[in-house]
Design a protein around this ligand. Structure first.
Ligand code: NAD
Ligand code: UDP
Length: 330
């Protein structure tokens, strides 16, 4: 009877669908919202008949209407892969700005607490390493990645403005590279890219000389961190990620070993403004949330590879990028 009600945007995506699972399993009534632009119905198929879950197909850049009370909002709708946001730059800017504004409006009207999904990309190509929350970042506003980075920076600013001006309960999570089952195999991000290539018997494409670093967090750890952040009492941004850093070249070698592929690494051009290093400083999350990642990369990668292996031949060879044409100019 007294179940809390939570709205999760981006519910049909990778992180959003795992968050729906988490909140249903914690006893919440969950409303998932998505327009499927980068998501997939399949990610929510197991929840559709669950009486504690309902789904609304909707583009959050247009007015968002929710009937009844609401206790929490998690705003996760946004393209998240560099290839996605390069292909749909205006939708990316709109969902981070107009979409966030709409959801802050819903939170205010319902007196709900809202958590927004920010990103390590707000630090840009960082000059401070590892990245601590106090660092303001090094972002090229007009570069190709600027559409995502600046939308997320605006999202943080408007969220803090609603907190300061309207007294809204807000949370900001800065998510560092997170991976796991339900990533789209053809979304262009490095883990699905390398695993898909290994499964199709193609060479692994390392961009640049592979000396750039990333730090990969398994999805269950990320979801736990986000859950704790939502329920704690802290309004400023918090990094959630796994500090175990690796170069992309070493990472490709790890995937070659894990998958047993006989293919090799080939080198392609480094995308413009690709950050050269990335590692979260998670001291704040440890102190505030008593949280730190538990799943090591070997274990997480194995689970993820098993997931990609279970996909059908058709899904595996649907390697060309998602067709966004039906969403353009909507
Ligand atoms: P994803 O592409 O799998 O999921 C995003 C979901 O948002 C998709 O289902 C998509 O259809 C939906 N969406 C996009 N625009 C929408 C709109 N206008 N209206 C309704 N739904 C819309 O990506 P993900 O990895 O699950 O990322 C989810 C969130 O987490 C994003 O906000 C992203 O910026 C953030 N994030 C993710 C990572 C990561 O490593 N996965 C890192 C940093 C930040
Ligand atoms: N990358 C790569 N080969 C690929 C895809 C990505 O070498 O096929 C590199 C990319 O240039 C970046 C890193 O892997 O340095 C992580 O890329 P991803 O797209 O996963 O996310 P990012 O952290 O850049 O947002």
């Amino acid at each position: 009877m007294n179940k809390k009600r939570v709205l999760i945007t981006g519910a049909a995506g990778f992180l959003g669908s795992h968050l729906c699972d988490k909140f249903v399993s914690e006893g919440f009534n969950v409303i998932g919202m998505d327009n499927y632009i980068t998501g997939d119905k399949k990610n929510l198929a197991h929840l559709i008949n669950n009486q504690n879950f309902e789904f609304i197909e909707h583009d959050v850049t247009t007015y968002v209407k929710i009937e009844g009370n609401l206790d929490y909002i998690l705003h996760f709708a946004s393209p998240a892969s560099p290839i996605d946001y390069l292909k749909i730059p205006i939708q990316t800017l709109k969902v981070g700005s107009l979409g966030t504004h709409n959801l802050l409006g819903v939170a205010k009207a319902k007196n709900a607490r809202i958590l927004v999904a920010s990103t390590s990309e707000v630090y840009g190509d960082p000059l401070v390493h590892p990245q601590i929350e106090d660092y303001y970042g090094n972002v090229n506003t007009i570069g190709p990645r600027g559409v995502y980075d600046e939308a997320k920076r605006f999202q943080e600013s408007i969220t803090m403005a609603y907190h300061r001006f309207h007294g809204l309960e807000t949370r900001i999570v800065r998510i560092f590279n997170t991976y796991g089952p339900r990533m789209r195999l053809n979304d262009g991000r490095v883990i699905p890219a390398f695993m898909g290539q290994a499964l199709r018997g193609e060479n692994l494409t390392v961009f640049g000389d592979g000396s750039q670093t990333r730090s990969f967090c398994y999805v269950d750890d990320q979801v736990e961190g986000i859950y704790k952040l939502l329920l704690c009492d802290y309004n400023l941004p918090v990094n959630i990620g796994n500090p175990h850093e690796i170069t992309i070249k070493e990472f490709a070698e790890e995937i070659i070993k894990l998958t047993g592929t006989s293919q090799k690494i080939i080198y392609e051009d480094l995308p413009v403004n690709d950050p050269m290093q990335r590692q979260p400083d998670i001291a704040l999350a440890k102190k505030l949330l008593d949280w730190e990642p538990k799943v090591d990369r070997t274990e997480g990668m194995k689970i993820t590879f098993d997931y990609f292996k279970s996909l059908t031949e058709e899904e595996l060879y649907k390697s060309e990028h998602k067709d966004f044409s039906s969403y353009i100019n909507k």
